[in-house]
Write a protein that binds this ligand. Structure first.
Ligand code: NAD
Length: 371
């Protein structure tokens, strides 16, 4: 009997269900052509779970995640649930909770400018022509988003608020080793983002990561202040390979990378723990403005599934074939609405899902021809 790979699928809200539907097509094909036994079970999360069960993260969903080898998430949230108190909002209650619960400290966000999509890049041709292929490695469960104390106090003009940016050395060391190892698999360049000219916490980041860099002599290591790197990413993005960031700086930098690579509908992400268990999800949100119209781009979701195969299941060939198929589809000029320019033709969400499935079969057949 084949090894079983269990995925908990959480489609969530907005475009989540329609892009997840396209992943089912890919899973069907990958199981068939590679003789795999990837099995899936779907659970509710986010606004839809509030509407049905009055809880954005029902116990059944948490148990389903615990009983799986990886989680594939669509997206959560939308206008309907925006006025809930912060602590009950789907984004906070379900997503941040899951990340913390499963100790998903390692957030990987690759962004690249695909051949065929160069015209979507908001930068000048002479800048993007040199290429853009960046992996942002972000610490995800510590720093200012979680640091205590935080709060609001005082009265009238003396009202004040505060958050705490706190990092332990061991937290920095853990994510730094991951970033150096990723750099070794890529172009051997690592840039640490900090604000060590002003912030104590950044000084610890800089000292700790610089010390660790001595263990990776093949990696060309440098650091940049957050204000400088936001400019450098626009001026000369091809100078970057792997970028290592704290939680807050990673939030900012990964979105900037997303923007310069064209469309948010192309960007996957992985959030992993020490055992390579993780949540895989598109970098974008639930896109309520286009939900249900069959015009969303499913590629970020399918690439998130591809990352799942690579990182949680170590199915490298299978992940490569998905990514190659997507590269080829884009080179051939097939585009969803978010990727098209002016009067260009576009295909819808489910056509893109089916086309990627066909290209995967085609790639596999080509491989066999070569053998
Ligand atoms: P968004 O990413 O949902 O949408 C921003 C823009 O990008 C919209 O114009 C949308 O149509 C477009 N877009 C996003 N994904 C697309 C895709 N796959 N194909 C084509 N176009 C796409 O961001 P927002 O509007 O700020 O947020 C909407 C909701 O999503 C909010 O409730 C927000 O809190 C939530 N959100 C959830 C997550 C998550 O689940 N991880 C992340 C970010 C935002």
């Amino acid at each position: 009997m084949f090894k079983k790979y269990k995925i908990a699928i959480l489609p969530g809200d907005g475009i989540g269900p329609e892009v997840i539907k396209q992943v089912y097509k890919i899973i069907y094909i990958i199981n068939k052509i590679f003789n795999l036994n990837i099995i899936t079970k779907e659970y509710k999360i986010g606004g839809i779970a509030i509407d049905n069960i009055d809880n954005s993260l029902p116990l059944n969903t948490l148990l389903g995640c615990l009983n799986s080898n990886a989680i594939l998430l669509g997206s959560v949230g939308g206008n309907k649930w925006n006025n809930l108190p912060l602590k009950n909002k789907p984004e906070i209650k379900s997503l941040l909770f899951l990340r913390k619960y499963f100790k998903l400290f390692n957030n990987l966000r690759p962004s690249k400018l695909y051949s065929g999509l160069e015209d979507l890049c908001p930068l000048k041709k002479e800048i993007y022509i040199k290429g853009l292929n960046i992996l942002c490695v972000r610490e995800l469960i510590s720093g200012i988003y979680f640091g205590k104390p935080k709060g609001n106090n005082g009265y009238k003009k003396l009202e004040y608020s505060f958050d705490t940016e706190i990092y332990y050395k061991f937290e920095i060391e853990k994510i730094a080793h991951i970033a150096f190892k990723k750099a070794l698999e890529r172009k051997c360049k690592l840039t640490l983002v900090d604000k060590s000219n002003v912030l104590e916490s950044s000084m610890l980041w800089k000292k700790t990561v610089s010390d660790i860099s001595k263990l990776y002599p093949k990696v060309n290591f440098n650091h940049m202040y957050i204000d400088n790197i936001t400019m450098q990413l626009i001026k000369n993005p091809s100078q970057f390979d792997v970028i290592l960031c704290s939680n807050l700086f990673g939030d900012i930098i990964s979105d900037e990378c997303a923007m310069i690579s064209g469309s948010i509908g192309m960007l996957p992400s992985a959030s992993l723990n020490d055992n390579n268990f993780g949540i895989y999800e598109p970098a974008g949100g639930s896109a309520p403005d286009i939900a249900g119209k069959n015009i969303s781009n499913p590629i970020a979701q399918i690439l998130s599934f591809s990352m799942l195969l690579r990182y949680s299941f170590n199915l490298i060939k299978e992940s490569n074939i998905i990514e190659n198929s997507i590269n080829n589809i884009l080179k051939f000029g097939y585009k969803t609405k978010d990727l098209k320019l002016n009067s260009e033709k576009f295909i819808n969400t489910s056509e893109m899902g089916s086309l990627i499935s066909c290209f995967i079969i085609k790639e596999k057949l080509n491989e066999q021809d070569i053998i």
